[in-house]
Design a binder for this molecule. Structure first.
Ligand code: PRT
Ligand code: ZN
Length: 213
């Protein structure tokens, strides 16, 4: 039996539909799995695992999955030993600093000595260090945008796409830490056979991207 390449994609959420659509656009027949943990393709040597996006870099580093689709924001925050193979052009967003609409933010120095709430402590710490800013970080896992309103933080760093979440919470976007989109990542120790399947998949992905431009 031919060996299969194992790909991890988000189980549900913002990247799920575009990830499945990309595979389908590549002519890969994604069978609707009975359980939604794992399924396989009918016409391509690919096994699809559905996981939480935060876990995908670790699974790919550990070779539980050979490749994965995940936001660059997650790849860089988790800092696992995986390689980015291709930017996929969807899931675009930015990791941005936001403060109260009436606050007089005048550059990153504004953050000195202030409290920042974020779900991205690694990326924020790195950004602050690069800019010589010392601030107090509060890591929270969800609903970061409510932190200033309840007096938990003076600023937040969170993902933004349309900006409406910030707006609805009385915040304004003032600086960007990182621009992000979905990427294909791979395990760094793939054997020849799996690399060949990956090449075939990449060839199709690039054709799909080209057709869209
Ligand atoms: O369950 P699981 O852990 O897998 O999913 P999740 O809830 O952690 O992630 P999910 O599905 O919200 O996002 C998956 C990925 O989509 C992120 O890691 C980003 O790479 C990408 N992405 C693109 C976004 C956004 N745009 C985005 N706008 N992820 C989150 N948001 C959130 C943001 O955190 C904020 O709450 O949307 C809100 C802001 O949106 P706007 O349009 O109001 O600005
Ligand atoms: Zn997540």
């Amino acid at each position: 039996m031919e060996q299969k390449l194992k790909i991890a994609i988000q189980k549900s959420g913002r990247l799920y539909e575009d990830s499945v659509k990309l595979l389908k656009d590549c002519g890969i027949d994604v069978k609707n799995g009975i359980n939604k943990l794992k399924t396989e393709a009918e016409n391509f040597p690919l096994e699809i695992y559905f996981l939480r996006d935060d876990d995908i870099p670790q699974y790919v580093e550990d070779a539980v999955a050979d490749i994965g689709i995940v936001g660059e924001n997650v790849v860089f925050e988790k800092n696992k030993k995986v390689s980015i193979v291709e930017q996929l052009g969807f899931g675009k967003c930015r990791l941005s600093i936001a403060v109260g609409r009436k606050d007089d933010y005048n550059g990153v120095g504004y953050l000195n000595g202030r409290r920042i709430a974020t779900s991205y402590p690694v990326l924020v710490q790195k950004f602050l260090a690069e800019n010589g800013v010392q601030a107090e970080l509060h890591e929270i896992s969800g609903s970061v945008e409510i932190a200033p309103g309840i007096g938990l933080a003076d600023a937040i760093v969170d993902l933004v796409s349309s900006g409406s979440t910030l707006f609805m919470n009385g915040l304004k976007e003032v600086d960007t830490v990182l621009r992000s989109q979905a990427v294909l990542i791979r395990n760094q120790g793939l054997d020849e056979n799996k690399l060949q399947i990956l090449e075939r998949l990449l060839f199709r992905i690039r054709a799909v991207k080209k057709a869209k431009n």
